[in-house]
Design a protein around this ligand. Structure first.
Ligand code: SF4
Ligand code: SF4
Length: 371
């Protein structure tokens, strides 16, 4: 093990490596490599001291028995390339923790069951809001493949840059129909088929037959079929480490500043009601009678956008709060809007994951969730 006891330099934690303190464990997120490491929270206070004291001064202030642990921690930070020794910290300013985006609405969910929405109107209105991402969730096989294709076409030449398509398996669609649908629309960023007879993956390659491996990889898209049915909006809201967004600076700053799910989101539910998200009970009127831009102007519609994890009970002491998704539609205590997401099984106090549904019968019955 190395020793840094005589080091007169400061330890610089790189600006893009950001620690988050949790109750038992803490994390450090490397926003350039998009990696996340967990470490005991007892080490977290060093991040606060690093910018005030040289390494030697930190050793002097520490009890002798803590020297070995501190040295190990420095070894860990150096080995993972989270920082380095420097003589002048002022040359390395920290990243400003803020997030901005020009669009009024960044993403939208549109649910479909039995009602055929007027997608021409919806996409025009989303365009006027600058909406970039759309998730289209179809719980029933309402549309033929041609109709789905026509719906996607209506989103072309607008602000919308990608559509995530979740559709129910249709017995009359062939595998080639699904592949053609994907290949025909560059706007489709992902295609999931639920209620399928088997779990499988189809490849869409936009007709590329060449041998260029890099190009092949670039255009290679997968269509995922799942036997699991998605019968309604209540399937949403699962919190799991595999959905953590260990992304770039943008997404990190967004997550710590705003609600990671609902900020700049607007939704049309299966009945055509405008909501923050289709699972919310409160609506802002029908898309048939209201203009989306007017709804976005309503203060109470935007109120939930600023509910970041620092405001949410339990989450505020969780080391994953900067990378975690959120859910405000299904919460542990339905009467307390700031309670933890219902479908999270993580306990930051002891650092364990359990089945999220355990002991939550009251809320599950309240929301009528089928599990
Ligand atoms: S608030 Fe919950 S249910 Fe609504 S979109 Fe977000 S995760 Fe899904
Ligand atoms: S929902 Fe809250 S408690 Fe659960 S993992 Fe995310 S931040 Fe942690």
């Amino acid at each position: 093990m190395s020793s840094y006891i005589d080091c007169d330099s400061y330890f610089l934690v790189f600006a893009d490596c950001i620690p988050t303190r949790g109750a038992k464990n803490s994390t450090i997120c490397d926003l350039t490599r998009t990696t996340l490491e967990v470490f005991p929270s007892s080490f977290y206070p060093f991040f606060e001291i690093f910018r005030k004291s040289t390494v030697k001064e930190i050793y002097i202030d520490l009890e002798l028995e803590s020297h070995i642990e501190f040295t190990k921690f420095l070894d860990f930070l150096l080995e993972k390339e989270y920082g380095m020794f420097v003589d002048d910290l002022d040359l390395f300013p920290e990243l400003e923790k803020r997030w901005e985006s020009p669009e009024l609405i960044n993403n939208a969910i549109v649910d479909v069951r039995l009602r055929k929405h007027d997608f021409g109107v919806i996409f025009d209105q989303l365009n006027s809001l600058g909406c970039v991402y759309v998730q289209l969730r179809c719980f029933e096989s309402l549309y033929t493949i041609q109709e789905l294709s026509d719906v996607i076409k209506l989103a072309e030449d607008k602000s919308i840059q990608s559509i995530e398509l979740i559709i129910k398996y249709h017995t009359s669609f062939t595998d080639q129909d699904y592949v053609d649908l994907y290949n025909d629309h560059v706007l489709i960023s992902s295609l999931f088929v639920h209620s399928a007879p088997e779990n499988k993956v189809l490849i869409a390659d936009f007709g590329y037959k060449g041998e260029d491996q890099i190009l092949k990889q670039e255009i290679h898209r997968e269509i995922h079929f799942y036997t699991m049915p998605i019968t309604g909006a209540s399937h949403c809201g699962i919190i799991d480490a595999k959905y953590f967004s260990i992304g770039d600076v943008q997404s990190f700053m967004h997550n710590i500043s705003y609600n990671s799910c609902l900020n700049k989101k607007i939704s049309i539910d299966e009945e055509g009601l405008i909501k923050n998200c289709p699972s919310m009970t409160h609506d802002f009127g029908s898309i048939d009678d209201n203009i989306l831009i007017d709804v976005v102007a309503i203060e109470s519609f935007r109120g939930v956008w600023g509910v970041n994890k620092d405001l949410i009970n339990v989450c505020r002491s969780c080391e994953f709060r900067a990378v975690c998704t959120d859910c405000r539609a299904y919460i542990e205590s339905p009467d307390d809007f700031l309670s933890k997401p219902l479908k999270c099984g993580y306990n930051p106090n002891d650092g364990t994951w359990t089945d999220w549904a355990e002991g939550k019968e009251h809320a599950i019955v309240h929301y009528g969730i089928d599990i």
